[in-house]
Write a protein that binds this ligand. Structure first.
Ligand code: UT7
Length: 318
């Protein structure tokens, strides 16, 4: 996570909002924002997360066959953040590319790598979620700037002969609903006039209210698909690591699936919504807190721009 903390109280001085409103409506208390002074970009966060993941896994960068980054805020249009990570790590044997799937970027990346491993083309990979949403947020829009933040998380995924790992992944999309959450940053559709540029067309725009309802519906249905596919009941899930968008969305999902909140990992009060980075950050914190044991069934579930949504059930095998 970037070191710089932006609290709800700080936001009270930026837009017409209050700590009380943000806490009650979203569950967020503070978030991390990358430092302009240090020119901290998505790639820098991704590199730091990757180094920590490789250290924990005891894997050296030359063993990596693939680096895949889920992001909607790359350092530049191209080359990819994944190539920036590849260079920094000196991962000379790795293919590297980004995936754009909104807040579901990490789960899309994970399933891409899972399939590459299962087909035999990849042995070990880095799967990363990394974002600097603060760079595309409109800091005059209180409906979004209080929610979105920066951060990165990384996982090392490798082939294994033992049973377990990623049991199944379920990914969906509905492009008809793109206008519920989008940014025209890096658009191939140029504004007609410079006037349009002044309308700040590149900032992120969100219809929070409609998205809120759709999020609950999609998170519940995809989680049920994943449970059914693996003949698992909700009681057999040991930990849920959901995308950290809003505590009320997470509570509604848990309630609907009959999963008690003490089995649902949340850290959005500290970090806000970091899009594709939220699941790997939460998974790492849950792991470092000792909440994951060998054999546990972990449900990862996300929802975001696209629209995209997805769920993976992982049997923790380390
Ligand atoms: O990562 C995946 C994508 N994102 C999401 O899944 C986000 C989904 N949506 C949400 O989390 C919620 O819809 C929000 C947190 C964005 C908003 O909560 P809400 O309960 O849906 O509030 P609302 O948009 O219906 O707004 C209620 C009121 C409005 O005022 P009026 O029209 O009732 O007078 C807003 O103008 O709250 C006002 N409002 C605020 N007030 C203080 C909106 N933002 C703020 C704010 N501070 N920051």
């Amino acid at each position: 996570m970037p070191e710089r903390i932006l609290s709800n109280r700080d936001l009270e001085g930026i837009v017409d909002t209050s700590d009380e409103w943000i806490m009650r409506r979203s569950g967020i208390k503070e978030r991390r924002i990358s430092s302009n002074k240090r020119k901290e970009k998505t790639g820098d966060l991704a590199i730091r997360a990757s180094l920590r993941a490789l250290e924990m896994a005891g894997v050296s960068p030359d063993k990596l066959d693939m680096i895949v980054v889920g992001t909607v805020t790359p350092d530049r249009q191209f080359p990819s953040v994944a190539c920036t990570v590849q260079e920094a790590l000196n991962a000379n044997n790795a293919a590297a590319f980004d995936i754009s799937a909104g807040c579901s970027g990490f789960l899309y990346a994970l399933e891409t790598v899972n399939n590459a491993i299962r087909s035999g083309t990849c042995g070990t990979a880095l799967v990363i979620g990394a974002e600097c949403l603060s760079t595309i947020v409109n800091w005059e829009d209180r409906g979004t700037c209080v929610l979105l933040a920066d951060g990165a998380g990384a996982t090392v995924v490798s082939s294994a002969t033992e049973q377990g790992g990623i049991l199944s992944s379920h990914l969906k999309s509905d492009g008809k609903l793109w206008e519920l959450l989008y940014s025209s940053y890096g658009s191939s559709h140029l504004p007609e006039t410079l006037m349009d540029m002044d309308q700040k067309p590149f900032f992120l725009k969100m219809n929070g209210n409609r998205l809120f309802k759709k999020a609950i519906e999609c998170l519940c249905s995809i989680s049920r698909d994943a449970l059914r596919h693996n003949s698992l009941s909700s009681e057999e899930i040991d930990l849920v690591v959901p995308h950290q968008a809003n505590i009320r969305i997470i509570q509604a999902m848990a309630n609907n699936l009959d999963i008690p909140m003490d089995k649902v990992y949340t850290n959005l009060h500290k970090y806000g919504n970091t899009s594709s980075a939220s699941i790997p950050i939460a998974l790492d914190e849950a792991n470092r807190e000792g909440l994951l044991s060998k054999g546990d069934n972990v449900l990862l579930v996300s929802f975001g721009a696209g629209l995209t949504w997805g769920a993976s059930i992982v049997r923790w095998s380390i």
